[in-house]
Design a protein around this ligand. Structure first.
Ligand code: NOJ
Length: 550
């Protein structure tokens, strides 16, 4: 916990992301629920994180597992009810944990009463809450926009009314029309509903999607190589998405949301963190707002997309630093419910290095539940695929089930996730007797032990929470390093991104002051911390360390 700082809480915080279906199943139906989260709050508080981001738990037909909302102000019975939510919020706050919830502005479920009303006829007053257009002259969709989830156009024809409606994702997820004032009003009421209940803020889903080109112009074709920093999305990648999302008018929306948040606590303890899946970093940074008056932080997904090589990781860190508007606070992510697990992307040994990186870089880290165990992706055979994108995007390996596999708590039947004899909604990713929380608890060298130690160190060291960052550029190939410093005190972080040793000499560190020995504060290896470390330092294979240098 951060107690000694004057900066806003979220700048010193570590956020823990829970995908509620996969965290803990209290009622024994094989799917996680809110009471399950309450049951496991001590694990979260014991880790040493400061806030939870809870993925959607709203009423939903679950075509996209809750990102398709049919009632924004109720809890889906699968997860509990509003009373359970209130108890969760209170129990989290009692443990000093803030709670962020998902806010999904771009679309609703097609079963949302707004859409049912809009669909009932062209003259219905709710019609314009969604985006409707007549067919193109050939009877086809009004323009060439494609659904992110594959499966063709972002338009579905509505036979009775003779018009198409827009859906950037599934046909069961129609896009809201944010140019219609009633939508703004109704959706800001939704935000108020949760803020009034006491949530500490929002994670804004698809934050760059709501405003589109008002003329709905065709997207141009993608240039070769334009998507170098981006996991391939299949057909969707054949276009440059300049008209179907990312319109500058999104900024007005976030200025308005920011004003709403500030109206609760001026100065800002209620926050908005946005999913801005944009890899043109200059454009990405605009979501902070010119006056830092939009999103408190856009998520930075760079580490999910960058090749795990020292040059690329270093360039990314430098690039983020260079685009941040003055005073803007960075954020970092190495995993979430949409991306393959870090332990599978880069291997278990490097996942430890990534954890040390995530928890020592300047900025607010978001830790995806299960990454503290180095959970790998689960093997999900075709007949068990749940994710709609897993079906349409099978050819491209786009299914997100593997990273949504349930938490492993104990060696008990059901892995402590669900009850004995109940089949979890997705298969487990690993042996709970080895990979689970109970098995890793207190075990020297386990990922859980490392994660807790790093979170403790971060809580103790203002250099890590708030300090400035100087990236080192003269280190051997394969090594990323930086200093985190406050006045008069500096920590050195060195990360070997390879599986062979590297020698670190004084020349590579460009340090002023005495040549050490330095004090080792944390390591991914079994090097004894705290303890002295001299130069030259042999950084072992897959080893990362935090040293106190002054
Ligand atoms: C981003 C969410 O993280 C993802 O899970 C969801 O499918 C899309 N937005 C659509 O809401």
């Amino acid at each position: 916990m951060t107690t000694d700082d004057t900066a806003p809480w979220w700048q010193g915080a570590v956020v823990y992301q829970i995908y509620p279906r996969s965290f803990a199943d209290h009622d024994g139906d094989g799917v996680g629920d809110l009471q399950g989260v309450i049951d496991r709050l001590d694990h979260i508080a014991g880790l040493g994180v400061d806030a939870i981001w809870l993925s959607p738990f709203y009423r939903s037909p679950m075509r996209d597992f809750g990102y398709d909302v049919s009632d924004h102000t109720d809890v889906d019975p699968l997860f509990g009810d509003l009373d359970t939510f209130d108890r969760l919020l209170t129990a989290a706050h009692e443990r000093g944990l803030r709670l962020l919830v998902d806010y999904i502005p771009n679309h609703t479920s097609s079963e949302h009463p707004w859409f049912t009303a809009a669909r009932s006829g062209r003259e219905h007053p709710y019609r314009d809450r969604y985006v409707w257009r007549p067919p193109a002259p050939d009877g086809g969709p009004p323009n060439n926009w494609l659904s992110v989830f594959g499966g063709g156009p972002a338009w579905t024809y509505d036979e009775p009314s003779g018009e198409y409606y827009l859906h950037s994702f599934l046909p069961t997820m129609p896009d809201l029309n944010w140019r219609e004032p009633a939508v703004r009003e109704a959706m800001f009421d939704v935000a108020r509903f949760w803020l009034d209940r006491g949530v500490d803020g929002f994670r804004v889903d698809c934050a760059h999607f709501p405003m589109k080109d008002p003329q709905l112009r065709d997207n141009p074709p993608a240039a070769d190589g334009a998507l170098a920093m981006h996991r391939p999305y299949g057909d969707y990648d054949t276009q440059r998405h300049v008209h179907d999302k990312g319109h500058p008018d999104n900024h007005g929306l976030y200025r308005e949301l920011r004003r709403l948040l500030e109206s609760y606590e001026p100065g800002g303890s209620r926050i908005a963190v946005g999913e801005v899946h944009v890899f043109d970093w200059a454009e990405w940074a605009t979501y902070y707002g010119e006056q830092l008056d939009e999103l408190h932080m856009p998520f930075n997904f760079g580490l999910l997309q960058t090749a795990w090589r020292s040059d690329d990781v270093r360039d990314l860190i430098a690039r983020i630093d260079s685009v941040l508007p003055p005073g803007a606070w960075p954020s970092w992510v190495v995993g979430n419910h949409d991306e393959p697990r870090v332990a599978s992307r880069i291997g278990a040994a490097q996942a430890r290095v990534a954890m040390l990186l995530l928890l020592t870089l300047r900025g607010t880290p978001t830790l995806y539940a299960g990454d503290e165990l180095a959970l790998p992706d689960a093997d999900v055979p075709p007949h068990l695929v749940q994710d709609p994108w897993g079906r349409t995007g099978q050819a491209h390996g786009l299914g997100r089930d593997p990273q949504r596999s349930p938490m492993l708590w104990s060696a008990a039947p059901g892995a402590g996730f669900t009850r004995d004899g109940v089949t979890p909604w997705l298969p487990f990713a690993d042996d709970p007797a080895v990979r689970g929380v109970e098995a890793q608890d207190g075990r020297p060298g386990s990922m859980l032990t490392l994660t807790r130690a790093l979170l403790r160190l971060r809580a103790e060291r203002p250099e890590l929470r708030r300090g400035a960052q100087t990236l080192l550029t003269e280190l051997p190939d394969g090594v990323v390093g930086y200093l985190r410093h406050t006045e008069g005190s500096a920590l050195l972080v060195l990360l070997n991104l390879t599986s062979t040793t590297r020698q670190i000499t004084r020349a590579g560190l460009s340090l002023e002051g005495p040549p050490g020995p330095f004090e080792l504060l944390a390591a991914t290896s079994d090097r004894a911390a705290p303890g002295p470390v001299g130069l030259p330092l042999l950084l072992g294979a897959d080893e990362a360390v935090v040293l106190r240098v002054s």
